[in-house]
Design a protein around this ligand. Structure first.
Ligand SMILES: C[S@@+](CC[C@H](N)C(=O)[O-])C[C@H]1O[C@@H](n2cnc3c(N)ncnc32)[C@H](O)[C@@H]1O
Length: 220
């Protein structure tokens, strides 16, 4: 899969591309991530990319021209163009699964007051990562890219993708590792006896308990 990220702050993306699982996936050739600076497509003095809003109001709005040109420079017939915006549709694991099957994703990161509305005419989908406002689309783009890349076959052990949070509308069960006792805190006995039927039962019950407690909205 190819992922193009269009941003005004390219250096933020070293956190995504140069560390851990995503860096290894890139080295293995499972994903090809390219970061493009929208400012490089400005034809104005000082590479200006934003201006004041029509109708008044605070902040600066990112202009059409550099964004249209930046998208044009990377778009192919296989591309899906995604704008990050708090006014988009809420991003979920099911969205990540759907997008992990795409060949080419273009992520468009806003900043300041956001994008000129006309930019939506060249966008396939508008995604919000949650009901809060961040200063820019860079962290949302990293969240979306990371969640998609880890689902690409070969990026992580396929066993690790089984019974994760959100599968079957449930959250994940609690996990423990050595030692068996830490400062008086114990690992549940059921996990120590090797009875996998009982372990599965315990884990399923825990998934339901934790989902009821933290995310009752997920339960049908
Ligand atoms: C300060 S925000 C703009 C907020 C916009 N004026 C509003 O109220 O909806 C600047 C940029 O950050 C990104 N952003 C902020 N919060 C986001 C969220 N929850 N999901 C996705 N993108 C977000 C978007 O790319 C947005 O264009």
């Amino acid at each position: 899969m190819k992922i193009d990220i269009l941003t005004l702050f390219p250096s933020m993306f070293s956190a995504l591309t140069e560390e851990s699982i995503i860096a290894r996936a890139t080295k293995k050739g499972l994903v090809d991530i390219k970061i493009t600076n929208i400012r490089d497509f400005s034809t104005l003095n000082n590479n200006q990319v934003d201006d004041t809003p029509y109708g008044g109001g605070a902040g600066m709005v990112i202009m059409c021209d550099p964004v249209f040109k930046a998208v044009e420079s990377v778009r192919t017939s296989n591309s899906k163009v995604i704008m990050l915006s708090p006014s988009g549709k809420i991003y979920k694991e099911t969205t990540a699964l759907r997008l992990s099957k795409e060949k080419h994703i273009i992520l468009l990161c806003g900043h300041y007051e956001g994008f000129d509305e006309r930019i939506k005419s060249i966008v396939d989908e508008v995604i919000s990562i949650g009901d809060y406002v961040l200063t820019g689309g860079e962290i949302p783009a990293m969240a979306v890219a990371d969640s998609i890349i880890r689902l690409i076959p070969g990026v992580i052990n396929s066993e690790s993708l089984r019974s994760e949070s959100f599968e079957d509308n449930l959250l994940d069960y609690p996990v423990y590792t050595k030692p068996r006792e830490y400062n008086g805190l114990l690992v549940p006995d059921v996990l120590l006896n090797g009875d996998h039927k009982k372990i599965d039962e315990y884990r399923n019950k825990e998934r339901i308990r934790i989902t009821k407690e933290n995310r009752p909205d997920l339960l049908k």
